[in-house]
Write a protein that binds this ligand. Structure first.
Ligand code: GLC
Ligand code: CA
Length: 587
C-alpha cells in the first residue's frame, strides 16, 4: 500500500511503516498518528467490565443481586480503571434462563428494581465517565412475552408468524435439531396442534426474523433504549437469527442431531445485521459486540469489518472449545493449539476488523481454574492470564470476580445447581447410563454456575453479597478470596488488574500496535511482540507450573521490565528463565 499524504510518502511493507518526509522523527510520529488515527475508536481503547446482576450485590436481603447493589459498587468498578459496563439482562423475565428469557423488553425485572433505579444507574455510570452497554436478546423471547401468548393462541392470530411454527412429521417434531439445553429444539403445543422452534429452553421460543414486522419491533425497541442514552449492546447469540429456509434436518432425520450448520451464520445474517445497523445504530456513537457460537474468522471479517457496517466486534468460541475437559483440569489441552487460535484471529482481523478478548464470562467456568492453577499458583496464574487478555490487540472483557481470582465451585449435590443447562444435561447423561457421581464431577468443571456464584466482597457471612439467603450458594473459599482482603494489598490480584488495565491504557502500542507471535510451537511459553512505530514490547507468559526457559533472537534488543506479575526487575534475554506462571512485559 502506498499513501501520498501532502508532501510525505508513507509506505507499508511487511508490517513496517516507512515515512519519508525529510522531517524530524517527532514529526514523523505525528504523521503516523494521523494515519493510525483513521482507525482510532474509543471502544478499541476501552476495557469492559461484565456484570451478572443476580450475583453482584443484594441490597434488600432477598438473596438476589439488584440494581441498587450495582449503584453502590460503581466507585469500586471505576476504581478498576474500566471504561464500559456490560450489564447482563435486567428486563422482565420469568427466569427460566436467568433473564435470557425476556417477557417484556421495556421494563425492568422487579427482583432487580425499577426503571427509576435503572435510570439512576445509567446516570451514575455516566457521571463517573464510564459507559453502559445492555444485553440484547432477540434470537428468542420468553414464552410469557405478550407476542408469544398471542402467537400460540390461534393459527390466524396476527402474531402467529412472529415465531417459527411447523406441523410435525407424523408424531415426530418437524426436524431433528437438538436444543443447546438438551433434547429436541421443538415443542408441541396443544392449543393449535403445531410445534414451535426453541434453540434454547422450551420457554425461549425463537423469533421469526424472516418476518419484517419482527425486525421492525426489534429495531424500535433498540432505538427506545438508545434514546435513553445507553452506549451500545452486547448481542446474545445474534448469529443464530437467520435459519436455512425449509429448516432441513442434519444427517439422519430420525435421530436427534446438532443442527448448527442450518442456523449458525445463516443465509440472511449479514443482510439482517446491516439492516439493524441502518435502522438503529448508524449515526450513534455506540459500541456493539455480537456473541457468536460457531463463528469463523472469515465470517468475523464480515461481521466486524469497518466498511461492512454490521458490528464492532464478536465473541468467538474457538478458545473456549480447544480442550477436552475432565476431572478438574484441561485434558489434552495444548498451549501451541491455544496460541494458534489466538494467532489466527489476530491475523484474520487485523485489517479493518477488531477482536474481543475474554477467557471467561457468565457461561464459562472460571478462567483461573480452567487455564491457570487454582491451587499453589492461584495468584501467579490469575495475574498471568490477565496479562494475556490485556496485552493482546482487541478489547478486553473482565467478568465480575475475575479481578479477585474467583475460582470454580464444587457443589456437593446436583440440587445445589441452578443453571438450566447443567440440570438438563446432567439428567441426559444419567439417563444415558453415566454414574451420577461422574456426571456431577463433570459439571464441577463445566457448569455455568461456576461463574454465577455470588461476588465475594468480604469475609463476613455470605461474602458480603447478601444479608439473606443467596439464590445460589457462595463459594466456600470466600473467606480467603474476597475484595476486602485484596483492595489494600499491593501484591493482590485485584491490584494487579488495576495495574494491567492502566498499563494498556497508557500505551498506544498495546491497543493499536502490531502483533507477532514468537515460537508458536514452544510447549509452555506464550510469547509475542507488540509494535507501534518505535514503541516495542515483548510479552512472555509461562503457562506451566514449572520454570520454563525461552530464548529468541527477536528478544535481543529488549532489556527493561515494564510489567511483571512476580516482581521481576532484571531481564537478560540471553539467559531467560521464567518462574511458574510468570508473566513479564519488556521494552
Ligand atoms: C447466550 C447467553 C446465555 C444464554 C443463551 C440463551 O449464550 O450468554 O447465558 O443462556 O444465550 O439466551
Ligand atoms: Ca435484592
Amino acid at each position: 500500500m502506498h499513501i501520498p499524504l501532502l508532501l510525505w510518502q508513507i509506505t507499508f511493507e511487511n508490517d513496517n511503516i516507512f515515512v519519508e518526509s525529510g522531517e524530524s522523527p517527532n514529526k514523523n510520529k505525528i504523521i503516523l498518528e494521523k494515519v493510525i488515527g483513521l482507525h482510532k475508536r474509543w471502544w478499541k481503547e476501552a476495557t469492559v467490565y461484565q456484570i451478572y446482576p443476580r450475583s453482584f450485590r443484594d441490597t434488600n436481603g432477598d438473596g438476589i443481586g439488584d440494581i441498587p447493589g450495582i449503584i453502590e459498587k460503581l466507585d469500586y468498578i471505576r476504581g478498576l480503571g474500566v471504561d464500559v459496563i456490560w450489564l447482563c439482562p435486567v428486563y422482565r423475565s420469568p427466569n427460566d434462563d436467568n433473564g435470557y428469557d425476556i417477557s417484556d423488553y421495556r421494563s425492568i425485572m422487579p427482583d432487580f428494581g425499577t426503571m427509576a433505579d435503572w435510570e439512576k444507574l445509567l446516570e451514575g455510570v455516566h457521571q463517573r465517565g464510564m459507559r453502559l452497554i445492555m444485553d440484547l436478546v432477540v434470537n428468542h423471547t420468553s414464552d410469557e412475552h405478550a407476542w408469544f401468548v398471542e402467537s400460540r393462541s390461534s393459527k390466524d392470530n396476527p402474531y402467529r408468524d412472529y415465531y417459527i411454527w411447523r406441523k410435525g412429521e407424523g408424531d415426530r417434531p418437524p426436524n431433528n435439531w437438538t436444543s443447546f439445553f438438551a433434547g429436541s429444539s421443538w415443542q408441541y403445543d396443544e392449543v393449535t396442534g403445531e410445534y414451535y422452534l426453541h434453540l434454547f429452553s422450551r420457554k425461549q421460543p425463537d423469533l421469526n426474523w424472516e418476518n419484517p414486522a419482527v425486525r421492525r419491533e426489534v429495531y424500535d425497541m433498540m432505538n427506545w433504549w438508545l434514546d435513553k442514552g445507553i452506549d451500545g449492546f452486547r448481542m446474545d447469540v445474534v448469529n443464530l437469527i437467520s435459519k436455512v429456509p425449509g429448516l432441513p434436518s442434519v444427517g439422519d432425520p430420525n435421530v436427534l442431531n446438532w443442527g448448527g450448520a442450518n442456523f449458525m451464520n445463516g443465509p440472511r445474517i449479514h443482510e439482517f445485521l446491516k439492516e439493524m445497523n441502518r435502522e438503529a445504530l448508524a449515526g450513534r456513537d455506540v459500541m456493539t459486540v455480537g456473541e457468536m457460537p460457531g463463528v469463523t474468522v472469515e465470517e468475523a471479517q464480515r461481521y466486524t469489518g469497518e466498511a461492512e457496517n454490521e458490528l464492532n466486534m464478536v465473541f468467538q468460541f474457538e478458545l473456549m472449545e480447544c480442550e477436552s475437559y475432565w476431572g478438574g483440569r484441561n485434558v489434552n489441552w495444548s498451549l501451541p493449539a491455544f496460541k494458534a487460535i489466538v494467532d489466527k484471529w489476530q491475523q484474520g482481523l487485523k485489517e479493518g476488523g477488531w477482536n474481543s478478548n475474554y477467557l471467561n464470562n457468565h457461561d464459562q467456568p472460571r478462567m483461573v481454574s480452567r487455564f491457570g492453577n487454582d491451587g499453589p499458583y492461584w495468584k501467579e496464574s490469575a495475574k498471568m492470564l490477565a496479562t494475556l487478555v490485556h496485552t493482546l490487540p482487541g478489547t478486553p472483557f473482565v467478568f465480575q470476580g475475575e479481578e479477585i481470582g474467583m475460582t470454580n465451585v464444587h457443589f456437593p449435590s446436583i440440587e445445589d445447581y441452578n443453571d438450566i443447562d447443567t440440570r438438563n444435561h446432567y439428567r441426559e447423561l444419567v439417563a444415558a447410563g453415566w454414574r451420577p457421581e461422574d456426571a456431577l464431577t463433570y459439571y464441577h468443571d463445566r457448569s455455568r454456575d461456576n461463574a454465577r456464584t455470588p461476588m465475594q466482597w468480604d469475609a463476613s457471612e455470605n461474602a458480603g453479597f447478601t444479608s439473606g439467603r443467596p439464590w445460589l450458594g457462595v463459594n466456600p473459599n470466600y473467606k480467603e478470596i474476597n475484595v476486602a482482603s485484596q483492595i489494600g494489598d499491593e501484591d493482590s490480584i485485584l491490584s494487579y488488574y488495576k495495574r494491567v488495565i492502566r498499563f494498556r491504557k497508557e500505551r498506544e502500542a498495546m491497543v493499536y500496535g502490531d502483533f507477532r507471535l514468537l515460537q508458536p510451537e514452544h510447549p509452555t511459553v506464550f510469547a509475542y511482540l507488540r509494535t507501534l512505530g518505535g514503541e516495542r514490547y515483548a510479552v512472555l507468559l509461562n503457562f506451566s507450573d514449572k520454570p520454563s526457559s525461552f530464548s529468541d533472537e527477536a528478544l535481543s534488543s529488549f532489556g527493561q521490565v515494564a510489567l511483571s506479575n512476580v516482581g521481576r526487575t532484571g531481564f537478560d534475554p540471553a539467559a531467560l528463565e521464567l518462574a511458574p506462571f510468570e508473566a513479564v512485559v519488556v521494552k
